[in-house]
Structures are given as structure tokens and as C-alpha cells.
Design a protein around this ligand. Structure first.
Ligand code: CUA
Length: 342
């Protein structure tokens, strides 16, 4: 597409983009229609019912001559009018509600077969990790035509991962994970911005999304620096060096066994339950006392301040891979689809 001097809207380069734009343009058109209608009627009535000398002068009893008394207007047409201006807006806003609701769920539920990418925001850069171990800064390479699920966190303050061409914008928060997804429809290079004011160099916290043909992407993956480790294998090293294995790899009375645990429900002390998703695993590492698994003593030390955001991602990737190794892949996929339902 040739570069234009001015773009009314950014490129539409994801499957979500047309859906978002359709709703946007509908809302703009609807607002414009009613704004013009109301402004037009305002002017029309102001002129039509402007003050005229013979209507405006009240007699000595305060009665305006020539004006029509609204109390004696026809009740039928007035009632019909009131019903019309109640029912028509009701139908319109209900339509907007159901339309935008459908779009919201489409945006917030990544497809089950999405490839995973981890994003860590910090002042003032984006750090990206692929499951195969490749790392990027201020760049994200993805294949065209494949859904990509982003799991994001921040090392410091609130940032926002914004890809205008994909119509995706999601806050990136310290202390928890947020997710977003997209499926690029056209190869090319698209801008990435931080859309939340995050300090002095906020405006410089920009990057690129490089959408490639699958073959080119595969070639890129093989050529990109990965440190020779996948996220899961890096996580395995951390798992051992932090001493997690002693309590969590075997059937120990000290801590729950983690193989196959990812994506599955967990019974907690006190009768509540949780799902072992990324957010749960993250909390269990940083703040183990927050949710105690039923039947285990609350003895795990906190790793707050000892693991970086990137190491957390690696540890979680390792726990996920434990599920897959033990034939738990189907179960974790099921768990993931259950997650999307809530
Ligand atoms: Cu990060 Cu603005």
C-alpha cells in the first residue's frame, strides 16, 4: 500500500480490525445523525416559534394571547410520540450493547491454538520472549495468519501495549498478567506504541511488529538469538537452582506435585478453589501464603525480589511443559478453554 500523507485510520492488518472499525464507524454515524437532527430541529423551531409581537405581549391578566395551551393538545399523538422516542432509543442502545458485547468477547478470548508470546514492559522498552527461547527488544516477529496470544507484565509502572494496525491495546501492569491476542492478516511492518504515560521517555517506548510469511518466520526463528534454551528449559534450570524440585516434582508431603497441574482446578485450604493458570502460578511463587493448596502446610518461602519478571515467565513455561510431558497436554488445553469461559 502506498504511503499516504494523512491516514484517517491506520492499516487494517488483523482479523479484529474490520470488526472494531465497523462498530466504530456505526457509532460515529449514529452520533452524527442524531447531532445533525437535533441541531437542525433546534434551529428550525427557534425560527418557526420565534417571538412575534402579537404573540409575545401578555394582557393585564398575564395571559398570552395567540399561543396554544399545551394542556389542550391532542393526547393521542403526544402519547404515540412519547412511546416512539422511548422505544426507538431503547432498541438502538440494546443493539449497541449486544454488538459491542460480542466484539468484547471476541477480543478477550484468544483461540485455543494461538501461539504464545511473553511481553515484559519496563521504563522504557518492550522485552519480548518466544517460547522457543528467542528474545527481542522493541520488536515482535510473528507469522501471518496465525493467532498470537500475548501474556504481559511490567517490571515497574503501568504501560500499555498498543498495536493500532491490529486494533489491539492492553494495559501492562506490574504485579500481574494481562493477555491480548491478534491474528495478522498481511505481512509487513507495523508500529507498536506504549499507550500509557509511564515517565520521561514514554514517547520513545515504541517498536515494530514484523509480520512474516510462515517460511520466513521459521527462518527468522532459527536465526534469532535464543541462548540455546527454550523458555521451559531455562525455567527448569531455575526450578532446580531455587530448590523447587525437592517439594514439587515428587509426591512430597511438603508441597503439591506440579506435573500436569497447569490449567487444572486446585482445591484450596478453607474450601475455595482456583485454576492453576499463569496468574495463579505467578502468585504462588511470589506470595505463596495467598492461596494454600488443601492438605499442604504453609511452609513455602516467598520468592518476591529474587526472581525477575523474565525468570517468572520461564518458571511458568517449565511448569506448563511438565503438564505436556505427562500426557497432560489435552488436559491443559481443556483447562485453557475452561479459563476462557470465565
Ligand atoms: Cu511505557 Cu508509556
Amino acid at each position: 500500500m502506498p504511503e499516504r500523507l494523512f491516514r484517517f485510520i491506520p492499516d487494517q492488518a488483523s482479523t479484529l480490525a474490520p470488526a472494531v472499525d465497523n462498530l466504530y464507524f456505526f457509532l460515529v454515524a449514529l452520533s452524527a445523525f442524531f447531532s445533525i437532527l437535533i441541531a437542525g430541529l433546534l434551529i428550525y423551531f427557534a425560527v418557526k416559534f420565534r417571538r412575534r409581537p402579537e404573540h409575545a405581549i401578555a394582557d393585564e391578566h398575564g395571559v398570552v394571547r395567540g399561543g396554544q395551551d399545551p394542556e389542550h393538545g391532542a393526547h393521542g399523538p403526544a402519547l404515540a410520540l412519547e412511546i416512539a422516542w422511548t422505544v426507538i432509543p431503547l432498541v438502538i442502545v440494546l443493539g449497541i450493547f449486544f454488538w459491542s458485547n460480542r466484539l468484547f468477547f471476541l477480543i478477550s478470548r484468544p483461540p485455543a491454538d494461538a501461539m504464545e508470546v511473553f511481553v515484559v514492559g519496563k521504563q522504557w522498552m518492550w522485552k519480548v520472549q518466544h517460547p522457543e527461547g528467542q528474545r527481542e527488544i522493541n520488536q515482535l516477529h510473528v507469522p501471518v495468519g496465525r493467532p498470537v496470544r500475548l501474556t504481559m507484565s511490567s517490571e515497574d509502572v503501568i504501560h500499555s501495549f498498543f498495536m493500532p494496525a491490529f486494533r489491539v491495546k492492553m494495559d501492562v501492569l506490574p504485579g500481574r498478567y494481562t493477555t491480548a491476542w491478534f491474528q495478522a492478516t498481511r505481512p509487513g511492518t507495523y508500529p507498536l506504541y506504549c499507550a500509557e504515560y509511564c515517565g520521561t521517555l514514554h514517547s520513545g517506548m515504541i517498536g515494530q511488529i514484523v509480520v512474516m510469511h510462515p517460511d520466513a518466520y521459521q527462518a527468522w526463528l532459527e536465526g534469532a538469538p535464543s541462548g540455546g534454551q527454550t523458555l521451559a528449559s531455562a525455567g527448569e534450570g531455575l526450578f532446580k537452582s531455587f530448590g523447587c524440585a525437592a517439594c514439587h516434582l515428587t509426591d512430597s508431603p511438603r508441597g503439591p506435585r506440579l506435573a500436569g497441574a497447569y490449567g487444572k482446578p486446585v482445591s484450596l485450604e478453607g474450601g475455595a478453589s482456583a485454576v492453576a493458570d499463569e496468574g495463579y502460578l505467578r502468585e504462588s511463587i511470589l506470595n505463596p501464603q495467598a492461596k494454600i493448596v488443601a492438605g499442604y502446610p504453609p511452609i513455602m518461602p516467598t520468592f518476591q525480589g529474587q526472581v525477575t519478571e523474565e525468570q517468572l515467565i520461564q518458571l511458568i513455561a517449565y511448569v506448563k511443559s511438565l503438564g505436556a510431558e505427562e500426557g497432560g497436554a489435552a488436559r491443559s488445553a481443556q483447562g485453557a478453554s475452561e479459563l476462557r469461559k470465565d
